[in-house]
Design a protein around this ligand. Structure first.
Ligand SMILES: [Mn+2]
Length: 428
């Protein structure tokens, strides 16, 4: 394989990374944020060791859109500044809001020359596809490769992809990078049907995606590397890593994860009868120290949580310990409903309720919130709520500004308008 490839002219070689979620202090653990940072660092170092021409980061470089802290910023900058090849990025749903022209941390890194942030601007609701001019643009040319980049647009993704891809021109080697899921791999929001991409197969050689945290490849055409670390308990068994890919007369690739060891998640299921039995069970299911251990206990009588926690800490020596107790009940019985049907029904109900109450459709956010709460992940809920609130606050502030401009028509209104329009980051 290696010999055959080395005899051919290799036009383009690159790394494809996604969903690094820098700054995610999962379960409140500082150590976890370091895991995410180390994984990113190793992925980049590994890519450079493979002599790639450029590195793609397909969204969710950071975990939070706002509240950047110096450590997280340094975790990105210190790695990126060691790259002697271009890093080409797009914003994921964790990096930016869908539509607002807002300066993101990816824009900041771009302005400092650490990466190239590809995104179209919009004219009358349609994406304008222009070449990167050193500051902005939605495609970038390097050697024989042309990379198009489109960020995540929530529920509007499907339509915007169509409008965007209509404007893609086939180059020597054409890559389309975006941040959304393909239906059929995992039940989550922000997924579209892959047929929307296959329509443009004659123009595109490699679709570089992020969003779904699990690795998948479709027909050597659609590529999703997976997140480097588990962002949620439900992701712990996913295949994850990065792609090293080459395009010549076709796409040749390998999915790599040998360069690091993601943090281990361990799920421990036990039936509680007495403390000595539970101890035996813990010993039986014990792994290595430093794991993230989720203990699920089925109990028919009340248990002393503190006692069980102490026991679990002693035996597992975990980085993070989570204990969930399910008390048996003869009354409640599990009802078997297909998950995707349930989500569809819920979404329809919630969206019609919201519309009936005069709100815009926020069913996606509401469902996500519900999902987060049922998983007991309050940290994620915080992020989502603060995102929603900051959006609402901005809207509210705009209304207030508009009103105050109407009221005092003495020129001050105008200067406020100027201030708002001043794109300070473009100032020379
Ligand atoms: Mn992600």
């Amino acid at each position: 394989m290696v010999n055959i490839i080395s005899q051919l002219k290799i036009d383009v070689k690159f790394a494809h990374i996604a969903d690094t979620h820098l700054g995610y202090r999962q379960y409140g653990s500082e150590e976890r944020a370091i895991d995410f940072a180390n994984a990113f660092k190793r992925a980049v170092e590994f890519s450079l060791s493979k002599n790639v021409d450029f590195i793609l980061v397909a969204g969710d470089l950071f975990h939070k859109k706002s509240e950047m802290d110096p450590v997280t910023l340094a975790q990105a900058v210190l790695v990126l500044e060691k790259c002697d090849v271009p890093v080409i990025a797009i914003e994921g749903n964790h990096d930016s809001t869908y539509f607002r022209e807002r300066y993101t941390w990816i824009d900041y890194l771009s302005s400092q020359g650490h990466l190239i942030n590809l995104k179209p601007h919009f004219d009358n609701g349609k994406p304008v596809v222009e070449e990167w001019d050193g500051k902005r643009g939605s495609y970038f040319e390097i050697g024989d490769a042309r990379i198009y980049g489109l960020k995540y647009y929530g529920m509007l993704t499907e339509q915007i992809i169509q409008d965007f891809l209509m404007k893609v021109e086939k180059g020597e080697n054409t890559i389309f990078m975006s941040h959304f899921g393909i239906e059929g791999y995992i039940d989550m929001y922000g997924c579209i049907n892959s047929s929307h991409l296959y329509r443009f197969r004659d123009r595109i050689d490699y679709v570089a995606l992020g969003h779904i945290h699990k690795m998948y490849v479709e027909n050597d055409f659609i590529f999703n590397p997976g997140s480097l670390e588990s962002c949620d308990l439900s992701e712990y068994s996913f295949k994850r890593g990065i792609f090293i890919a080459e395009i010549d007369d076709g796409v040749h690739y390998s999915h790599e994860s040998s360069f690091y060891t993601p943090r281990t998640f361990r799920i421990v299921n036990v039936n509680f009868s007495d403390y000595s039995r539970i101890r035996d069970e813990f010993l039986k299911q014990k792994g290595n120290a430093g794991e993230i251990v989720h203990v699920r206990i089925n109990a028919e009588k009340n248990i002393d949580r503190e006692k069980v926690e102490k026991l679990a800490r002693e035996i597992f020596d975990p980085l993070v310990l989570r204990i969930q107790v399910n008390y048996a009940s003869g009354v409640l019985q599990a009802v078997n409903v297909n998950l995707s049907d349930r989500i569809r029904v819920e979404r329809n109900v919630i969206s019609s309720i919201l519309k009936g109450m005069g709100y815009e459709d926020m069913s996606e956010e509401v469902l996500r919130l519900r999902e987060i709460f049922s998983a007991g992940n309050t940290e994620d809920a915080d992020v989502l709520i603060s995102d929603i609130l900051s959006e609402k606050m901005r809207d509210a502030l705009k209304e207030v500004k508009k009103e105050s401009q109407v009221e005092d028509d003495d020129g001050r209104g105008e200067s406020q308008e100027d201030e708002e329009e001043w794109r300070w980051w473009e100032a020379k």
